[in-house]
Design a protein. Structure first.
Length: 181
């Protein structure tokens, strides 16, 4: 999760090197072969200017008060598990990187509970991940992936988004939209 989150952060040399383990998750994909300058241009074109591919779930919803309510639900979900978005974060709670970091935190909590033999807390973390992925990610990451396929000039971001889609599908028990890609 943290690697996928880092994949949707502004790319710099260090970030791209950190993504090297994704080679094992996506055959034929090697993040370290991409030029950081090219990826910075791509990032800006996709996510920072006219934003054809928003990284916030609220951009894919009903808009208006529905978006505000969705943000409140996401924040409440985070709060229930002691997860806080940094006060220095420049993103809304429904930003893809933050949602992926939350899933990573749930995995860490589950691993700790497993180590301590707390079966009920292990189950709670698993159920929370499935519920969060289903209610807060499944509907929009597929749309993001479609937009990336249409607008991206390289396969860097569509590939990483495909991994996110696969992760969400695994958490929700559904078939990943990327099957057959």
């Amino acid at each position: 999760m943290r690697l996928l989150s880092r994949g949707f952060s502004y790319p710099d040399h260090g970030a791209i090197d950190e993504l090297a383990p994704l080679r094992d998750a996506a055959p034929g994909f090697n993040p370290t072969t991409y030029d950081p300058g090219q990826l910075q241009t791509e990032y800006t074109a996709l996510f920072a200017r006219n934003v054809p591919c928003p990284l916030n779930a609220s951009a894919y919803g009903t808009g208006g008060m529905g978006a505000v309510q969705d943000l409140a639900r996401v924040a409440a979900f985070y709060g229930a598990f002691g997860f806080q978005v940094s006060t220095g974060a420049r993103e809304l709670p429904d930003h893809l990187c933050i949602e992926l970091e939350f899933l990573a935190a749930l995995y860490a909590k589950e691993a700790f509970a497993q180590e301590c033999g707390w079966a009920d807390r292990v189950r709670t973390c698993r159920e929370a991940r499935a519920k969060f992925a289903s209610q807060h990610m499944a509907s929009w990451v597929t749309q993001l992936g479609s937009r990336l396929e249409k607008h991206a000039r390289t396969q860097f971001y569509p590939t990483i988004c495909g991994l996110v889609e696969d992760l969400v599908a695994a958490e929700t028990g559904s078939t990943p939209p990327g099957d057959g890609r």
